[in-house]
Design a protein around this ligand. Structure first.
Ligand SMILES: NC(=O)c1ccc[n+]([C@@H]2O[C@H](COP(=O)([O-])OP(=O)(O)OC[C@H]3O[C@@H](n4cnc5c(N)ncnc54)[C@H](O)[C@@H]3O)[C@@H](O)[C@H]2O)c1
Length: 248
């Protein structure tokens, strides 16, 4: 039977673990060839091997998303190997938390460079191919804190709010060529990123989630799969929350 992403090529940043890995595996299990782009070569290759076991092609790209030249080279390599790029998921992200007054300039700069400029770098390089093909879907992973702000996360919340502005602007610019650009704003999802939180902080967060639990990476991947599928062809410039009702 034909799978929904058969014949398509996807690129997932931060695909070596957590939410990115779940999205990559979900797209691959529905027929897409998938390139994983993250910093750690070994972890990238491990996920690429998992993808190949699903019967599709995989590519491991060990790249720093904040470095435009590296990103440009990686997209070139991907096009050289797979010949096309239909789906881009900007998922790579980091946190360097601290109250504003104690936040160092390097911590501010690094989070903006990875979380926001990283998405710009990938989007600019990928859009060139999508514009030529008059086809493409871009999905950006923002966060509930990009919508609400969060004490101790000025850098992260600013970058994630920036992602929403980027999403809506690029959606308008690329719409005439049939390319859609959307964002998912996850709430608190059980991954490496949140596993370091203290029990006390986790309790405080749980009290603010009507569904009373953290989400899973698979639940974010399910929303991603919908937004990247033809079922969502008429949806663009939107931010879809996957947050257990934490922010309505
Ligand atoms: N976990 C949550 O609760 C949560 C909530 C809202 C939003 N998010 C967002 O979802 C995305 C994925 O989060 P996660 O929880 O899976 O995180 P994670 O820490 O488990 O994974 C992050 C991924 O990004 C990659 N990455 C980080 N910096 C990079 C860089 N400079 N260059 C290339 N790759 C880089 C890592 O290699 C890894 O694959 C992030 O953008 C995060 O901000 C997560």
């Amino acid at each position: 039977m034909d799978k929904v992403f058969n014949g398509q090529v996807a690129l997932v940043t931060g695909g070596s673990r957590g939410i990115g890995r779940s999205i990559a595996l979900s797209l691959a299990s529905d027929g897409a060839d998938v390139a994983i782009l993250a910093r750690n070569q070994e972890r990238c290759q491990r996920v690429a091997a998992e993808i190949e076991q699903l019967g599709v092609r995989a590519l491991a790209l060990s790249v720093e998303v904040a470095d435009y030249a590296q990103v440009e080279q990686a997209v070139k390599q991907l096009i050289g190997q797979f010949g096309r790029l239909d789906i881009l998921v900007n998922n790579a992200g980091i946190t360097r938390d601290g109250l504003l007054i104690r936040m160092s300039k390097p911590d501010w700069d690094e989070v903006l460079a990875v979380n926001l400029s990283g998405a710009f770098n990938l989007t600019r390089c990928a859009a060139r191919h999508m514009l030529k093909a008059r086809k493409g879907k871009i999905l950006n992973i923002t966060s509930v804190v990009g919508l609400t702000g969060n004490s101790g996360q000025a850098n992260y919340a600013a970058a994630k709010a920036g992602i929403i502005g980027l999403t809506k602007t690029v959606a308008q610019e690329l719409a005439p060529r049939g390319i859609t650009v959307n964002a998912i704003a996850p709430g608190f999802i059980a991954t490496d990123m949140t596993k370091g939180l203290s029990t006390e902080v986790k309790e405080q967060i749980l009290n603010r989630i009507p569904l009373a639990r953290f989400g899973t990476a698979e639940e974010v991947a399910a929303a991603a799969k919908f937004l990247l599928s033809p079922a969502a062809d008429y949806i663009t410039g939107q931010v879809i929350s996957v947050n257990g009702g934490m922010y309505m």
